[in-house]
Design a binder for this molecule. Structure first.
Ligand code: FE2
Length: 309
């Protein structure tokens, strides 16, 4: 999982993003495997915006939240006069969009926390953002994405209009690759979701699985522990202390690792995958599915996935 720096020209000026490159090979492909399709993976954009018609309380809350997330991002735009300006998280998200348009992928994997909290303004912005990418987006919902119990009707309507009718497991096909988006936004899955995934995997088709919270693999476990401590039960599906359903789900994924090209996930706000970051305690087992997690998009991170076969 090589991570390189890429320069992007944006309306704010030139800025540099971090780009992870992954090549996945279809089972049975020979040495002469040719490119089949390209996807981009982004996660945890945490889009948070207000509109002039929002209440003063919401406008203030949005400003406060942006200030919080902006602590973690340090992407600078170089202006035409040679000076620099530090970008706000939404400006970074739009710079990532610019890079995605340059890459012209066959689809974009959005692994959750696309918005920071449920609001009409955030959902409208997310819808416009996805439209601007010029390709289909596949979303695994995160714990920040869904309307909450006290969300009003207009917020729910905005969510519905952007997300459409969603099931807990969504299956789409692009270029012969099945994309399975599972709702594990709170770090857990249900027996029903496991059953749907089992049926899908029995078809023996090349499959990519999208989750918000990663499944427990060596590649993510130690890096996540460093960021979030020893109790990973809210961070990783299949962690110690989780339900049998979650353990069954992870076992199912690992048992079918030959059909699953890779799992892509977010939530932990760190980039891991392939066991290549040994200096960060990252490891890899041949018995486990290949999984990649992502730094937040608002920190200027994206992943390019080229599938060959
Ligand atoms: Fe997040």
């Amino acid at each position: 999982m090589a991570i390189t720096k890429v320069q992007v020209n944006t309306e704010y000026g030139k800025c540099v993003l971090e780009e992870s490159r992954v090549v996945l090979t279809l089972p049975g492909a020979g040495e002469n495997a040719k490119p089949i399709c390209r996807f981009v993976h982004i996660s945890d954009s945490h889009m948070v915006v207000s509109r002039p018609e929002d209440s003063p309380e919401i406008i203030e809350k949005v400003a406060h939240t942006r200030k919080f997330w902006n602590q973690f991002t340090d992407i600078r735009a170089e202006l035409p006069d040679g000076s620099e300006r530090r970008l706000d998280l939404m400006e970074v998200n739009y710079a990532v969009a610019e890079r995605i348009r340059e890459l012209s992928p066959d689809g974009v994997f959005i692994t959750g926390d696309a918005v920071d909290n449920p609001s009409v303004s955030n959902y409208i912005t997310l819808g416009e953002y996805m439209d601007s990418l010029g390709t289909k987006c596949f979303i695994s919902l995160g714990n920040h994405d869904c309307p909450e119990e006290d969300s009003d009707d207009s917020t729910r309507a905005a969510y519905d209009s952007v997300m459409g009718k969603r099931d807990d497991v969504m299956i789409d096909t692009v270029c012969g690759i099945d994309i399975v988006s599972v709702f594990d936004g709170y770090g857990t899955v249900t027996a029903k979701e496991t059953e749907i995934l089992r049926k899908q995997l029995e078809r023996g088709r090349p499959t990519v699985v999208l989750l918000h919270a990663p499944v427990k693999t060596l590649s993510v476990e130690e890096p996540a522990r460093r960021s979030w401590g020893d109790d990973l039960s809210h961070w990783i599906v299949g962690s110690d202390g989780q339900s049998q359903e979650c353990l069954d789900f992870v076992r199912l994924i690992n048992e079918n690792k030959d059909n699953i090209l890779a799992v892509f996930s977010g939530h932990v706000h760190l980039a891991s995958g392939g066991g290549e970051a040994e200096d960060q305690g990252e490891s890899f087992s041949e018995d486990e599915v290949l999984q990649y997690t992502a730094h937040p998009a608002f920190m200027g991170f994206l992943r390019v996935i080229d599938i060959v076969g």
